[in-house]
Structure formats: C-alpha cells, structure tokens
Design a protein around this ligand. Structure first.
Ligand SMILES: [Zn+2]
Ligand SMILES: [Zn+2]
Length: 389
C-alpha cells in the first residue's frame, strides 16, 4: 500500500506589502497564500494575499477536475492577507464552492469576512462589485479555540498575538501535521501557549520570521511579528520537525533572507526560508518531508548526469575550480556536489558537457549560490545554484 501524501504549495511568502524589486525576486514578492491538498483530496487555501491570483490562474490553466468545494482559511484582515481575493479567477465561476473560515473582528462585527469582501470591492476601489462573483461562498466564524474536522483532517484554530487579532491554524492530515502561524509576536503568555499548542510535534511549522532577533527586541517591538530565533526556540521546545521561515519583510532582500536562513540553520537542522513556488511534500516514501525549490516543478528536469567544471569563490575568499557531476538539473537551477565550499550568494560558473543531437555540446551557465548543505558523500557540500543566464 502506498503511503498517503499531502502537498503544500507556497504562492506568496512576503509580509506586509507585495514587492517587485529585483532584489527580492528569488524568494518572491507576493503576499501570503498557501494551498494544501490533503491525502483525502480535501483542498485548503491558507490566506488570500496576492499569491492567490497565481493559484487561481494555475487552476484555470490546468483545467483539472477538482472537488467542488475548497476550504479557505483567512488568518486576519490586514491587506497582505486579503488582497488577492478580487483577483482569484475561480471566484467568478458559477460551479465553484468556497467555504471561508475567519474570526469576528470587533471592528467589523458579524460576518466580518463577508464585509471585507464587500468593502474591498466597493466602488470606486474596484471595477465590479461583490455580486460579480458567481461562485458559491459560505462563511464560518471561528472562536479561536476550537478543533473540527474538514474531510478527514482535524483543524485547530488559535488566536495569536497581532494588532487587531489573528488566527493560527493546525491541520492534521494522514500524511502529517502542518502548523501555519504567521503574523504573531512573542510576549503574551497565554497566546504564546496557544502558538506552542498549534506547533506541537508538527511536521511542518510555518512561522512568522519577518524581523531579525535584534530588530524584534528593539525597533520593531510591538509590530506584531516574530523572528527566526523565536521559531527555532519554539520548534525545539515542542518538537516541531521542520521550520519554515515565513512573512519576509518587504525591505529584506534575497541576500538578507539568505542570512536569516543561514543563522537559523546554525541552530536547527531542518529549516527552510519560504519561497514562492516552493512545494513541500509530506508523507513521501523514505523521507517525511521533501521540499522543492521554485522552478523545479515546471522547468525541464533531467535525470541524467553531466560532467561539469565549476568555478567559484570559496568560503576562504579564494577562487576555486573543480570537476564534478551535476545530477539534479532544472532550467533555473541545479544541485551540485562539491568538495570546495563556495560562499552563499557568490557567483558560480558551471560548464557542462551535454549530449545533443549533434554530439556533445558545451553549455556555460552562470548562477548564484542559493543553498549550502552537507553533501551525501562525506566531505562534500551540496550546492544549490540558481542560474541567471
Ligand atoms: Zn501579514
Ligand atoms: Zn497582519
């Protein structure tokens, strides 16, 4: 019997406001949106930031057969978590059904989320009004302490510490447990306990990591966000297996996020920095968690191995050149095993011999080192490269 599989896709990982500057393209500029397909086929969407638009386009492009109903969990009503709603194409398709979950805001009152929809699409802020959305929509208000079943999956909602309130969610599937806790700040004992309950023994713990530990302690105190360090501490404390740093600051460049990730990895084995297009598979054979970097899904993938000469700058600052084999090659990147250890974010040149219809051809690619991990063979480093040309 094959083991059950759950797939978690990241469509938006940026906090506060979308970013389009080139310095942020690698981790991505869309605001929070994830989707999860549980082993029983239940479809979940977590938050409706600008990433939601791309998820909707994917659905339309795939024209795939989906279950009629999708369950959408909205953590709170700040712009970055709702801004994608009017641009989610499946909401304009009659036969689609959406069950929304959110909480009653004291600023909005009854049916808060429905009001958010209406206000967001009110004239003159949007060209068509709420009634243009022909999909069936149901709204459920959560108290923030309950657990309930959605399909065969147990969902738990808890309040988190954030201005005007926020919910965190824990989804227990047959393939593993996901805790989604964005927009939370440490400091409130009761809500810190709630956060730990959500994350307890989770396979994937997605946590707010907007600020550096020192920002969080000083200039950004009270802004409602957290740091990689808090995430690591909580993951350790409650036995969460993999930590995903999420809700990157709009002013954090890719290089800065690389730095946060590097710091976090020094203290905790299994950490990823959420990036747009990242897919995490739970329950896959052999490994509890598998993550794929953006590009690898749609891009050309080759199982074949290529002999390659790699030139780069080592961690000691000196230039190196090494011959190796490239195993995992996609259009936008590759994973290369090296004895040398290049610097994170340094430039790397990879010259490969690739077989083609007219014999062996030399392919010269330039890229940046985006990831460094211990290699499979002793004494090697697995180097993740994103090609820039
Ligand atoms: Zn946010
Ligand atoms: Zn917020």
């Amino acid at each position: 019997m094959s083991s059950p599989i759950a797939k978690l896709n990241f469509w938006g990982v940026r906090g506060s406001t979308p970013t389009v500057d080139p310095a942020t393209w690698r981790f991505g500029g869309n605001t929070p949106c994830l989707d999860l397909v549980a082993p029983d086929g239940t479809q979940f969407i977590l938050d409706c930031g600008t990433g939601l638009r791309m998820l909707g386009n994917r659905w339309v492009a795939e024209d795939s057969v989906r279950t009629a109903e999708t369950h959408i969990f909205v953590t709170h009503y700040h712009w970055d978590h709702i801004q994608g709603l009017p641009f989610f194409a499946p909401l304009y398709v009659e036969n689609n059904e959406f069950q929304f979950y959110s909480f009653r805001s004291k600023f909005l009152g009854r049916d808060s989320l429905r009001q958010v929809f209406e206000t967001q699409m009110a004239l003159p802020y949007f060209p068509v009004d709420f009634s243009a959305m022909s999909a069936k929509r149901k709204f459920r208000e959560l108290e923030g302490g309950e657990s309930f079943l959605v399909g065969e999956n147990k969902v738990t909602a808890r309040h988190l510490n954030h201005p005007q309130g926020c919910l965190g969610f824990r989804i227990e599937t047959a393939a593993g447990t996901i805790a989604y806790a964005t927009d939370n700040e440490p400091g409130d004992p009761a809500l810190e306990k709630s956060l730990r309950e959500l994350a307890a023994d989770a396979d994937i713990f997605v946590n707010d990591a907007q600020f550096t530990p020192s920002q969080l302690a000083t200039t950004k105190k009270g802004w409602g966000h957290s740091s990689w360090k808090e995430g690591v501490n909580i993951a350790r404390e409650v036995g969460a297996k993999t930590l995903v740093l999420f809700h990157h600051d709009p002013d954090s460049t890719d290089r800065m996020v690389d730095g946060l990730l590097r710091d976090a990895r020094e203290e905790f084995d299994s950490v990823f920095a959420a990036s747009e297009g990242m897919v995490i598979t739970l329950g896959a054979a052999g490994q509890p968690v598998q993550a794929h970097l953006p590009g690898s899904r749609t891009a050309l993938r080759r199982e074949a191995q290529f002999r390659a000469i790699v030139t780069g700058i080592g961690s000691d600052g000196h230039k190196f050149q090494e011959e190796t084999t490239v195993r995992d090659l996609a259009l936008r990147g590759a994973l290369i095993s090296l004895k040398d250890s290049p610097r994170l974010q340094s430039e790397l040149e990879v010259v490969m011999e690739t077989p083609g219809p007219n014999g062996v051809r030399e392919m010269r690619l330039r890229g940046y080192v985006v990831r460094l991990e211990a290699g499979v063979e002793k004494g090697t480093t697995a180097v993740g490269v994103v090609f820039t040309d």
